[in-house]
Design a protein around this ligand. Structure first.
Ligand code: GLY
Length: 419
């Protein structure tokens, strides 16, 4: 099977690494890729949001399967264009990708499916903002209704900060979603979805704030781990039964069945699991940890999902133990990152590239905010965490920063689900 992966992050590097281990895969290409994916796959240039260009690349290269990593091309309908060219594509079409592209659409689907989520209000104009904010108590949760690479969310006790963030979004023409705050540990559950059929992967947890102890602004994600030693053993099954299954069924009922990876971001609150958000693709950086533990060959799973034959796949198999991923970010991230610095030690095993490129002299240099992820594995979370940080210690980038507490509380048994 010839597989073309669209994207350029550590998530796509992790997907390529898993695909490369599948004996069914005969060739891999990545577009646009990064300095790390070039070691695993032929690199092609493409504007990932341009459906016609991606479909042409897939046809010219002879792809049997296209895997679209990021949300922006999915929301833009790139999967529709690839399928229209007669090529199997892993990822939802534009209509179904609205589950991530529009938070108000997702709320509507969840209401129809009877799925628990935070109470919310959409605000379209500054004139309505103060009345809407007055209906919420701190901490205020203020979100961009559309795509924002994880950085459109502000959670704050400070009403002025909430108002300022909302005003900034409205001034840029983006509707704002105000939500009640969901307390309790967060879970990322990735599910392969083929219409009404939902197959969960291992639950994971990610770390969205930039600093240790969940301090500082939100980012695209600074680290993750899987599985969740503190969670009930049947958590994935419960969440499929009560949340992801009903949402998948509602998408079928609407005539826009979901095909691809449906990512439920949840909070395990004292009143049960509630949805924080749905995403229409693999999450980053959780994918780096989850796929490190997947034993089932990935290409077969993704191809089966893309071709409506997921029901014929055997149950998923997983490695025992745990995986931890830690993100190394460039100075300035999640604001404007400093770019162009040499990254040394980046070609080691367990290092997955994101914002990197290879300079003409052969050096790997930083080319984005989240520069790379390291992945550690081990028989338990403490061992996986030690492995990840040891690998990270061998990577050097001037001015870089990372969190030092990824999976620390879970490894020490300090994460609890409110009763
Ligand atoms: N881990 C957050 C995201 O992928 O959106």
């Amino acid at each position: 099977m010839r597989v073309l992966v669209i994207g350029s992050g550590a998530r796509e590097h992790a997907i390529l690494l898993a695909l490369a281990q599948d004996p069914a895969v005969t060739a891999l290409a990545c577009a646009p890729g990064n300095a790390g994916t070039a070691a695993l796959a032929e690199q092609r240039g493409v504007e990932a949001r341009d459906g016609a260009a991606v479909a042409k690349l897939a046809a010219d290269w002879g792809a049997d399967l296209v895997v679209i990593g990021p949300e922006v091309p999915l929301v833009a309908g790139v999967a529709d264009a690839v399928r229209a060219a007669g090529i199997a594509c892993f990822g939802p079409g534009a209509e179904a990708a609205r589950i991530e592209g529009s938070k108000s659409f997702a709320k509507d689907v969840m209401a129809a499916a009877g799925v628990a989520t935070a109470a919310s209000l959409i605000v379209d104009t500054p004139a309505d903002l103060d009345i809407a904010l007055a209906r919420f108590a701190p901490p205020y949760v203020v979100k961009d209704d559309g795509l924002a690479a994880g950085k459109g969310v502000v959670v704050t006790e400070d009403l002025d900060a909430a108002r300022a963030h909302a005003c900034g979004l409205l001034d840029s023409g983006h509707p704002v979603l105000l939500e009640t705050y969901l307390d309790g540990p967060e879970v990322s559950l990735f599910c392969l979805v083929d219409g009404a059929l939902v197959v969960p992967l291992l639950p994971a947890q990610d770390f969205k704030r930039v600093g240790d102890g969940d301090s500082g602004p939100n980012t695209g994600g600074m680290g993750a781990y899987a599985p969740l030693p503190w969670a009930p053993a049947d958590l994935a099954e419960t969440l499929v039964e009560t949340i992801v299954g009903p949402v998948a069924a509602e998408m079928v009922r609407r005539g826009t069945p979901f095909s691809g990876l449906l990512y439920a971001g949840l909070a395990l609150t004292s009143s049960g699991p509630q949805v924080v958000e749905f995403n229409c693709r693999f999450g980053d950086p959780e994918t780096q940890a989850v796929l490190a533990l997947l034993r089932t060959p990935l290409a077969g799973l993704l191809h089966a999902t893309a071709t409506g034959t997921l029901a014929r796949q055997p149950p998923l198999e997983w490695e025992a133990g745990a995986a931890v991923t830690v993100v190394l970010a460039a100075e300035g991230y999640p604001g404007t990152p400093r770019l162009g610095d040499v990254v040394s030690g980046a070609e080691a095993e367990g290092v997955l590239h994101a914002g990197t490129r290879r300079r003409d002299d052969g050096a790997v240099v930083s080319a984005g905010g989240r520069v790379l992820s390291v992945v550690g594995t081990g028989p338990d979370l403490a061992a996986a965490r030690a492995d990840a940080y040891e690998r990270l210690g061998r990577v050097h980038l001037a001015g870089a920063h990372h969190r030092t507490d990824i999976a620390a509380k879970a490894a020490e048994g300090l994460v609890t689900v409110p009763g």
